[in-house]
Each structure stands twice: as structure tokens, then as C-alpha cells.
Ligand binder design. Structure first.
Ligand code: ADP
Length: 275
């Protein structure tokens, strides 16, 4: 199955999350095989990231969005961790600091964009400014409604300037979220992850669905596509994301740069001559 094709939100299409099964998994791949495939994908990702770093011509931004417990941290831990930290970093989007607040809403996204040769993961992202901001009425509709176009413009600008952008929405069901919250409550080592807003926001589930649908419908573009990944099965989520990333990076057709020195001369001078 071609996961990129299957989970891509086609630009201009209207997304209804109730039509996308969060419990979906590939009937042809068992969990056991998936775990092996994920390990292979991680090796490929590491090699591709090294190419990106060596080539030093462009960068890759990976945006992760999901409802609480949706698996953003899991993707970073299980998939992105394959990459060499030398060329990869994670930017987490928390409630804006007062400095961030005093800037336009895209300022911090711009600030944290990957430099040439690097991969940056946005754990949450500038999309919070059309998600949580809407849910909690932090700005009026006249402000947030313009942001979709402003986000598309910013992403277009970055992609025209050699930052490739891939966005994953990790889609879990309401039942699965409840199960994961309960697991957190049962496991003292996960208590630190629990915040009151997890539970108050849960009551907003149906509103969030609408905000997510707007984000996906309005902001999946040729240059910065959204993929909706069925994420109830963690192993399938990791398989699909790693597979899509590998294929995306392979599609960049990267090459190692030409050496900056004359290799023949070096061999002759330092190895052959000294024999
Ligand atoms: P996570 O849940 O991703 O592990 P946190 O528990 O620190 O991380 O949550 C980050 C919080 O910051 C979330 O509740 C998110 O909605 C909030 N946040 C992010 N961006 C904004 C924003 N622009 N305005 C208000 N709140 C935001």
C-alpha cells in the first residue's frame, strides 16, 4: 500500500475526520513485520538525513499536530530519534511567552525554521494559532479566520526558499484518548505528563474536530501537504510516518557534494608517496 497516496489530504479537498478510521491498519502487514520495517525505515532515514546534511542546500520541516495523547512524542521517540542530533532538532510550541506574544503569530515559527542541511520537527506548531486559539477564544474570528491564508503564504515562501515541509496529523479516536489518559493515571512514571487542560480540553473534543478539519482542508497544499495518519495503533502510526518520510526524502534526489579537495592528489601525497 502506498501510504503517502492513501493518507495525503489532496489540496482543496474538504476533510471530514469521521470518514477517516483512526483504527485503520494495513491488512497486509502484521505488527511483527511492521516493527521490522520501522527499523529498516529508521536506517534509511538516518542515511537520508546524512545526505541532507552533507549536501547543505536545503532543509526539512516536519510538523506534528494531534489531540492530547495523539502520539507526537511517540513519533519523535520512535521515528525521528533515528536521525543524528547533529543535524536535527525539535521545537515545541507552548503557550506564547510575552516576547512571542508581542510579535506576529508566525514570528516564532519563522525563528525556529531549520537551517540548511537540517531537519526540524515542530512538536505542535504555528497551527496552534488556529486551533487552541479558536477553542479558547483567544482572538476574535476576524483575526483567526485570516490566518489560514497567512500560514499558506508563509509555507509557500519557505518552500520556495528550499525548506521542504511535511505535516502529519495523528488521528486517534475519543475512546483511544480515554484509554491513554487512564494508562497515564495508572502509571506513576507518567503522572508528570498530566495537566488539568487535558481533561478540560477533552470536553471540547467535538469542537477540536471542527478546528482540525478546517486546518486540514484549508492548509494542505502542493508545497506543504498534510497527511492524516490513523494513530490508534501506535505501531501502524510509526510505520506510516516513517515510510512517508523515507519516500519523501528519497524524492528529493539528493547527492553528496563534490569533494572540496583533490582526492587523487591527497592519496598520492599522503598514502602512495609514503609507502
Ligand atoms: P504537549 O501537550 O504538546 O506535550 P504541553 O503539555 O507543554 O505539551 O502543552 C503545550 C500547550 O501549549 C498546549 O496546551 C497548547 O495548546 C498550548 N499552546 C501552544 N501554542 C499556543 C498558542 N499559540 N496559544 C495558546 N496556547 C498555545
Amino acid at each position: 500500500m502506498n501510504y503517502a497516496q492513501r493518507f495525503l489530504i489532496k489540496p482543496g479537498s474538504k476533510v471530514k475526520l469521521s470518514n477517516i478510521d483512526p483504527h485503520f491498519k494495513d491488512a497486509h502487514v502484521s505488527k511483527k513485520d511492521a516493527l521490522k520495517l520501522i527499523e529498516l525505515n529508521k536506517l534509511r532515514l538516518r542515511a537520508l538525513q546524512e545526505l541532507l546534511y552533507a549536501e547543505h542546500k536545503r532543509s526539512l520541516l516536519i510538523c506534528l499536530q494531534a489531540i492530547d495523547t495523539g502520539g507526537k512524542d511517540g513519533i519523535i521517540r520512535h521515528v525521528i530519534s533515528a536521525m543524528n542530533p547533529q543535524g536535527c532538532n525539535v521545537a515545541s510550541f507552548k503557550p506564547p511567552t510575552s516576547l512571542e506574544h508581542d510579535h506576529d503569530f508566525l514570528w516564532r515559527a519563522h525563528r525556529d525554521m531549520p537551517i540548511k542541511g537540517n531537519v526540524t520537527v515542530f512538536n505542535r506548531s504555528h497551527y496552534e494559532d488556529v486551533l487552541v486559539v479558536r477553542i479558547h477564544d483567544l482572538v476574535p474570528k476576524s483575526v483567526w479566520s485570516k490566518r489560514y491564508e497567512q500560514i499558506n503564504e508563509m509555507e509557500k515562501y519557505f518552500s520556495a526558499n528550499d525548506t521542504h515541509i511535511v505535516k502529519f496529523f495523528l488521528h486517534i479516536s475519543k475512546d483511544e484518548q480515554l484509554k491513554r489518559f487512564k494508562e497515564r493515571l495508572d502509571d506513576p512514571s507518567k503522572h508528570w505528563k498530566i495537566s488539568e487542560s487535558d481533561y478540560t480540553d477533552r470536553a471540547q473534543w467535538d469542537n477540536y474536530r471542527k478546528e482540525f478539519e478546517d486546518m486540514l482542508s484549508k492548509c494542505s497544499t502542493e508545497h506543504a501537504p498534510w497527511y492524516v495518519i490513523p494513530a490508534n495503533h501506535k505501531w501502524f502510526r510509526d510505520l506510516a510516518v516513517s515510510q512517508i518520510l523515507v519516500e519523501y526524502m528519497e524524492g528529493l534526489h539528493m547527492d553528496f557534494p563534490e569533494p572540496s579537495v583533490n582526492i587523487g592528489h591527497i592519496v598520492k601525497t599522503y598514502y602512495v608517496a609514503k609507502k
